[in-house]
Unconditional design. Structure first.
Length: 118
Protein backbone atom coordinates (compact mmCIF):
# COMPACT_ATOMS: atom_id res chain seq x y z
CA UNK A 1 0.00 0.00 0.00
CA UNK A 2 2.72 2.45 0.95
CA UNK A 3 4.61 1.53 -2.17
CA UNK A 4 1.58 2.34 -4.24
CA UNK A 5 1.37 5.73 -2.55
CA UNK A 6 5.01 6.46 -3.14
CA UNK A 7 4.67 5.53 -6.78
CA UNK A 8 1.65 7.71 -7.20
CA UNK A 9 3.37 10.57 -5.46
CA UNK A 10 6.42 10.52 -7.68
CA UNK A 11 4.20 10.28 -10.74
CA UNK A 12 2.47 13.48 -9.64
CA UNK A 13 5.82 15.11 -8.95
CA UNK A 14 7.00 14.14 -12.41
CA UNK A 15 3.88 15.61 -13.98
CA UNK A 16 4.48 18.87 -12.14
CA UNK A 17 7.97 18.93 -13.58
CA UNK A 18 7.07 17.84 -17.09
CA UNK A 19 4.22 20.28 -17.65
CA UNK A 20 6.32 23.46 -17.36
CA UNK A 21 9.01 21.87 -19.51
CA UNK A 22 6.46 20.97 -22.17
CA UNK A 23 5.09 24.52 -22.06
CA UNK A 24 8.55 26.05 -22.36
CA UNK A 25 9.30 23.87 -25.37
CA UNK A 26 6.03 24.96 -27.00
CA UNK A 27 6.69 28.64 -26.36
CA UNK A 28 10.27 28.48 -27.62
CA UNK A 29 9.08 26.55 -30.65
CA UNK A 30 6.60 29.29 -31.49
CA UNK A 31 9.30 31.95 -31.18
CA UNK A 32 11.66 30.24 -33.54
CA UNK A 33 9.15 28.92 -36.06
CA UNK A 34 11.38 27.79 -38.90
CA UNK A 35 10.97 29.56 -42.24
CA UNK A 36 11.38 27.21 -45.22
CA UNK A 37 13.89 28.45 -47.82
CA UNK A 38 11.17 28.62 -50.45
CA UNK A 39 8.47 30.16 -48.22
CA UNK A 40 6.33 32.69 -50.09
CA UNK A 41 6.54 36.37 -49.10
CA UNK A 42 3.22 36.27 -47.25
CA UNK A 43 4.45 33.42 -45.06
CA UNK A 44 7.75 35.15 -44.31
CA UNK A 45 5.80 38.30 -43.45
CA UNK A 46 3.45 36.42 -41.11
CA UNK A 47 6.30 34.86 -39.15
CA UNK A 48 8.92 37.63 -39.15
CA UNK A 49 7.10 40.92 -39.57
CA UNK A 50 3.46 40.65 -38.48
CA UNK A 51 4.23 40.73 -34.72
CA UNK A 52 5.42 44.34 -35.12
CA UNK A 53 3.76 45.55 -38.33
CA UNK A 54 0.41 43.79 -37.87
CA UNK A 55 -1.17 40.79 -39.58
CA UNK A 56 -2.95 43.17 -41.98
CA UNK A 57 0.13 45.43 -42.30
CA UNK A 58 -1.85 47.99 -40.31
CA UNK A 59 1.04 48.77 -37.95
CA UNK A 60 1.59 47.93 -34.28
CA UNK A 61 4.90 48.72 -32.56
CA UNK A 62 6.29 49.23 -36.08
CA UNK A 63 4.82 51.66 -38.63
CA UNK A 64 1.93 50.74 -40.92
CA UNK A 65 3.23 49.07 -44.10
CA UNK A 66 0.03 48.33 -46.03
CA UNK A 67 -2.13 50.50 -48.25
CA UNK A 68 -1.47 53.78 -50.04
CA UNK A 69 -1.67 55.63 -46.73
CA UNK A 70 1.42 53.81 -45.37
CA UNK A 71 4.18 56.29 -44.46
CA UNK A 72 6.60 54.19 -46.54
CA UNK A 73 4.51 54.43 -49.74
CA UNK A 74 7.14 56.64 -51.46
CA UNK A 75 10.20 54.78 -50.19
CA UNK A 76 12.24 52.82 -52.72
CA UNK A 77 12.63 49.09 -52.97
CA UNK A 78 16.31 49.54 -52.03
CA UNK A 79 15.28 51.31 -48.83
CA UNK A 80 13.03 48.37 -47.93
CA UNK A 81 15.74 45.79 -48.61
CA UNK A 82 18.28 47.83 -46.64
CA UNK A 83 15.90 48.29 -43.67
CA UNK A 84 15.15 44.58 -43.48
CA UNK A 85 18.75 43.45 -44.01
CA UNK A 86 20.47 45.84 -41.62
CA UNK A 87 17.66 46.98 -39.33
CA UNK A 88 16.65 50.58 -38.63
CA UNK A 89 16.02 52.35 -35.31
CA UNK A 90 14.13 49.90 -33.12
CA UNK A 91 13.66 47.44 -35.94
CA UNK A 92 16.01 44.43 -35.74
CA UNK A 93 18.18 43.33 -38.67
CA UNK A 94 17.10 40.24 -40.61
CA UNK A 95 20.23 39.82 -42.72
CA UNK A 96 21.38 36.93 -40.56
CA UNK A 97 17.97 35.22 -40.41
CA UNK A 98 16.59 35.58 -43.92
CA UNK A 99 18.33 34.88 -47.22
CA UNK A 100 18.53 37.58 -49.90
CA UNK A 101 15.89 35.66 -51.88
CA UNK A 102 13.58 35.54 -48.84
CA UNK A 103 14.05 39.29 -48.25
CA UNK A 104 13.25 39.93 -51.94
CA UNK A 105 10.06 37.89 -51.61
CA UNK A 106 8.86 39.62 -48.45
CA UNK A 107 9.58 43.03 -50.05
CA UNK A 108 7.56 41.99 -53.13
CA UNK A 109 4.71 41.04 -50.79
CA UNK A 110 4.75 44.38 -48.96
CA UNK A 111 5.04 46.45 -52.17
CA UNK A 112 2.10 44.56 -53.66
CA UNK A 113 0.08 45.27 -50.54
CA UNK A 114 0.87 48.98 -51.06
CA UNK A 115 -0.62 48.71 -54.54
CA UNK A 116 2.81 49.04 -56.15
CA UNK A 117 4.31 46.74 -58.69
CA UNK A 118 7.24 45.00 -57.02
C1 LIG B 1 10.60 44.01 -33.44
C2 LIG B 1 9.65 44.73 -34.27
C3 LIG B 1 9.82 44.70 -35.77
C4 LIG B 1 9.93 43.62 -36.60
C5 LIG B 1 9.94 42.15 -36.21
C6 LIG B 1 9.98 44.14 -37.95
N1 LIG B 1 9.93 45.50 -37.92
FE1 LIG B 1 9.97 46.71 -39.54
N2 LIG B 1 10.06 48.34 -38.31
C7 LIG B 1 9.95 48.31 -36.94
C8 LIG B 1 10.10 49.66 -36.43
C9 LIG B 1 10.03 50.08 -34.96
C10 LIG B 1 10.32 50.50 -37.55
C11 LIG B 1 10.58 52.01 -37.56
C12 LIG B 1 12.09 52.16 -37.54
C13 LIG B 1 12.53 53.60 -37.46
O1 LIG B 1 12.39 54.33 -38.47
O2 LIG B 1 13.02 53.98 -36.39
C14 LIG B 1 10.28 49.63 -38.72
C15 LIG B 1 10.44 50.06 -40.03
C16 LIG B 1 10.24 49.29 -41.15
C17 LIG B 1 10.25 49.78 -42.52
C18 LIG B 1 10.41 51.24 -42.92
C19 LIG B 1 9.02 51.82 -42.90
C20 LIG B 1 8.95 53.28 -42.69
O3 LIG B 1 7.79 53.77 -42.68
O4 LIG B 1 9.98 53.94 -42.51
C21 LIG B 1 10.00 48.72 -43.34
C22 LIG B 1 9.89 48.72 -44.86
C23 LIG B 1 9.88 47.55 -42.48
N3 LIG B 1 10.02 47.94 -41.17
C24 LIG B 1 9.61 46.29 -42.94
C25 LIG B 1 9.68 45.15 -42.13
C26 LIG B 1 9.59 43.80 -42.64
C27 LIG B 1 9.34 43.43 -44.09
C28 LIG B 1 9.76 42.98 -41.56
C29 LIG B 1 9.85 41.47 -41.58
C30 LIG B 1 10.94 40.91 -42.32
C31 LIG B 1 9.90 43.81 -40.38
N4 LIG B 1 9.85 45.12 -40.77
C32 LIG B 1 10.05 43.34 -39.08
C33 LIG B 1 9.75 47.20 -36.17
C34 LIG B 1 9.84 45.90 -36.61
Amino acid sequence: MSRYRAGRHSLLAMRRLLLPIACAVLVLGACSEPIPDDAPGAEIYRISCAPCHGAELQGRSGPRLGGEEAPSIDLSRDYFVDTITRGRGRMPAFGNRLSEAQIDRVVDFVLERQGRAP
